[in-house]
Design a binder for this molecule. Structure first.
Ligand SMILES: N[C@@H](CCC(=O)N[C@@H](CS)C(=O)NCC(=O)O)C(=O)O
Length: 203
């Protein structure tokens, strides 16, 4: 049975969602964020040296990094979630899989961290804002008429991009990125997504 180390209100929900979509049984170990710092509790350091989530345990091994976990689970249990490696869609898959953690999260996290500086961070906000819009517009333009990225059904990239997409929609950008807003709604309407929310502790 796969064990998922899941941090409350975090990107590790993606892994629970993917496992629900794949119909794979799993066990959740849930961790609460520190009420003040919002950081993970120290117990996660016993699971992985970075003390972050998600981490999965499978066949006696531990694996961190959402992208690696999604690739692994799809390769093992859901090959239909990744385009064939000799198709044009595969290049798009690769690019967007890496974009999810390697590109779009940078301005989103800078917004949070620089926000902690208050007035001292003000000079950085226009640049953070323009980078955020640039990355979100790329996501908006990458959506297919089906409302999915890369394939016309749910794929690994949809799972990976759900976290930045849902995060920004909570920040009230639906009017600016309507296709992304519709995509987020469709994701959240999926029974497997809703089961994952419950399995993760309800938030
Ligand atoms: N690139 C990593 C990022 C992991 C990460 O930053 N996880 C966050 C959850 S949203 C976390 O554990 N934050 C708590 C902390 O840093 O203490 C991944 O995709 O898994």
């Amino acid at each position: 049975m796969i064990k998922v180390h899941h941090l409350a209100q975090s990107r590790s929900l993606r892994i629970l969602w993917l496992l629900e979509e794949l119909g794979q049984p799993y066990e959740v170990v849930r961790y609460e964020r520190d009420a003040q710092t919002r950081l993970a509790p120290p117990e996660l350091l016993d699971v992985h040296p970075l003390g972050k989530a998600p981490v999965i345990e499978v066949d006696g091994q531990r694996l961190g990094e959402s992208g690696a976990i999604v690739e692994y689970l799809c390769a093992r249990f859901g090959p239909q979630m990744v385009p064939p490696s000799d198709s044009a869609a595969y290049l798009e898959h690769l690019e967007l899989m890496h974009f999810a953690e390697g590109s779009v999260m940078t301005p989103l996290l800078l917004h949070i961290y620089v926000g902690l500086l208050g007035e001292a961070g003000a000079p950085l906000h226009p640049r953070i804002q323009s980078e955020t819009v640039k990355h979100l517009q790329f996501m908006e333009d990458s959506l297919r008429p089906s409302g999915h990225f890369v394939l016309d059904d749910l794929s690994a990239v949809d799972i990976m991009l759900s976290f930045p997409a849902i995060s920004v929609m909570r920040g009230g950008r639906a009017a600016q990125f309507p296709k992304l807003a519709a995509c987020v709604q469709a994701m959240q309407d999926r029974p497997a997504y809703q089961r994952a929310v419950v399995a993760g502790g309800g938030d």
